[in-house]
Design a binder for this molecule. Structure first.
Ligand code: ADP
Ligand code: MG
Length: 560
């Protein structure tokens, strides 16, 4: 090798990513990272260009969740970086591994606040929202910086990491020889964390004393890819289970031990609950009444020791990675050590059946115009024939109804608003899933939710991705509203034709207002495997304000 040959920061970043098995970058090009995107593509990385950084970040985050490798999002400085920050913060909140790489302006000018183009102290801005934030100030530190970012993103509890690349570092030159030596290939980025054997016997002892045990599976369990261990543990012990929304499909929703249809009863009556990769946050009412009873005791399996006792005292914490922890429980389990009582299983089965029957009546009605239940029943039936399809879901009522109605049969196929209950993840998640999953994606979207990332349908069409969007069009946030002067805070243009947006970029638009045409449009679109948008017209009066979380929405007395 010619030792005097020179390279630069751009090349080193690409080399560092490639060396660590990163094969895709999600981003929006601009100053100062345009050439980084071009070079990455020229060097064989897949570069997916978006219309807004938030969607690029969401795609990276969900790719991280699905693959256990950090998803990479690349943005420009200042406002572009900030647009990506929402996705980074969301990734951290949801425990998804992601690295946001942004170019930044001249540090000397930024630090003296002398007013640079897109001036912002990005690293410090990122810190409160990221699991870790680093800045690379010398080209020979690029290798070590990328290595640190990868370790931080995927080890322990995964999260969002910010990596700041100054324009000066990108453009800096150094000798090829020095550059090559500065690269770092990460060894064992997400080391197993074996739980203390004592914690395993404590957990099994507690479970052995239980009469009404229950297992709650969270998206940490789905992320861990311990599908076999978890299924074996559930089936060997006979403990009924309840999936959190993104853990649906870890075991199929039609599994006999699933008590999703008797959720409140199961939670309220259980005496010992095993939390596997699920936090006792608002989505589980913080473990408190009226949903929970005071005497419930917990086993909590989590990789993060500080999650323990966050909301309720945990009698049997098992700190470790889920694959190792459930494996250890299985290895130590004695036959018939855990025995849910027949009375418990019977009571659950009865509640389950009662609720299923009650729901069937609503699902099987075929009102005109359609409502959430009837339209989602049509979607459910089409998807039941295609368990390999990814389902992305956001909205208020659209999220609440779809979570309950659409059954999942395979792990990590349901991607939704998650821990923050966030809107705007739709197209980013759909694109990320289509790219890493190589399967069709059906995004079930409220019309409001869709609007946050809707422009990405151009991205979907440009890359010919098999993404099918079903917009539940009730003409507004929560409900439709007459357009008056001024328009109400929650209403949209009535009878909007979202399908025509898709046609504008070469995709297929469908406009449906009954269950038969919805069924046909969705089956055809999945079959075709190309970009499509189904404008699904439902009753503008269907839906309730704030969906299932009305209790969190204070009222002034102005609204009736
Ligand atoms: P859900 O919203 O589905 O209940 P959460 O996001 O609240 O799930 O909880 C996920 C939990 O899983 C987090 O506390 C996180 O620390 C944990 N977790 C993530 N990955 C792993 C893993 N590989 N092993 C153990 N715990 C994990
Ligand atoms: Mg709506």
């Amino acid at each position: 090798m010619d030792s005097s040959a020179m390279t630069d920061g751009f090349h080193l970043v690409v080399d560092a990513l490639k060396l660590n098995g990163i094969d895709t970058i999600y981003g929006v090009a601009g100053i100062p990272i345009t050439d980084l995107a071009r070079l990455a593509q020229a060097e064989g990385l897949r570069y997916v260009g978006f219309r807004h950084e938030q969607s690029a970040g969401n795609a990276a985050a969900i790719a991280g969740y699905l693959t256990q490798k950090p998803g990479i999002c690349l943005t420009v400085s200042g406002p572009g970086f900030l647009n990506g920050m929402v996705a980074l913060a969301n990734a951290t909140t949801n425990c998804f591994p992601m690295i946001l790489i942004s170019g930044s302006s001249d540090r000397a000018i930024v630090d003296l606040e002398q007013g640079d183009y897109e001036e912002l102290d990005q690293m410090n801005a990122a810190k409160p929202f990221a699991k870790a934030a680093f800045r690379i100030n010398k080209p020979q530190d690029i290798g070590i910086g990328v290595a640190r970012a990868i370790h931080a993103a995927v080890s322990g509890r995964p999260g969002g990491v910010y990596l700041d690349l100054t324009a000066a570092v990108l453009g800096a030159t150094l000798e090829v020889d020095t550059a090559q030596k500065s690269l770092v290939k990460v060894v064992d980025p997400a080391p197993r964390q074996i739980p203390d054997p004592e914690s395993i016997s404590r957990a099994l002892d507690l479970l052995a004393s239980a009469k009404r045990p229950l297992i709650i599976l969270g998206k940490g369990a789905a992320y861990a890819q311990a599908d076999k261990e978890i299924r074996t543990f559930i089936e060997t012990t006979g403990i009924p289970f309840l999936p959190m929304s993104m853990a649906k499909g870890l075991l199929p929703d039609n599994h006999v031990q699933s008590v999703a249809a008797a959720r409140s009863f199961a939670i309220g009556q259980a005496d010992v609950v095993v939390l596997i990769g699920a936090r006792l946050n608002w989505l589980l009412s913080h473990g408190k009444g009226p949903l929970w009873s005071e005497g419930t005791q917990y086993v909590q399996i989590d990789i993060s020791p500080t999650e323990i006792d966050s909301n309720r005292p945990i009698a049997a914490p098992v700190v470790g990675d889920i694959k190792s922890a459930v494996g250890a429980l299985l290895a130590a389990l004695q036959s018939d050590q855990i025995q849910p009582t027949a009375a418990w299983l019977d009571a659950l089965a009865q509640h389950k059946q009662k609720n299923i029957d009650r729901m069937a009546a609503r699902l099987n009605a075929d009102p005109n115009p359609m409502n959430f239940s009837s339209a989602l029943r049509a979607v459910r039936d089409v998807l039941a024939r295609r368990p390999d399809v990814y389902v992305v879901n956001e909205g208020a009522n659209t999220l609440d109804f779809a979570r309950n109605i659409i059954d999942m049969y395979e792990p990590r196929k349901r991607l939704d608003s998650g821990t923050w209950g966030i809107m705007g993840i739709g197209m980013g998640y759909a694109i990320g899933a289509a790219i890493v999953g190589d399967k069709p994606v059906v995004a079930v979207e409220g019309d409001s939710a869709f609007g946050f990332s809707g422009m990405e349908i151009e991205t979907i069409c440009r890359y010919h991705l098999p993404v099918i969007i079903v917009v539940f069009n009730n003409g507004g946030i929560y409900q439709g509203d007459k357009i008056g002067t001024p328009p109400s805070p929650t209403g949209f243009v009535p009878n909007a034709r979202y399908d025509k947006l898709m046609e504008a970029f070469g995709g297929t638009g469908h406009h449906v207002d009954d269950t038969l045409s919805l069924t046909k449009a969705l089956s055809d679109a999945i079959e075709a495997g190309r970009p499509a948008l189904i404008n699904c017209v439902i009753d503008p009066t269907a839906g309730t304000e704030s969906g299932h979380i009305q209790s969190l929405n204070p009222k002034s007395g102005l609204s009736k």
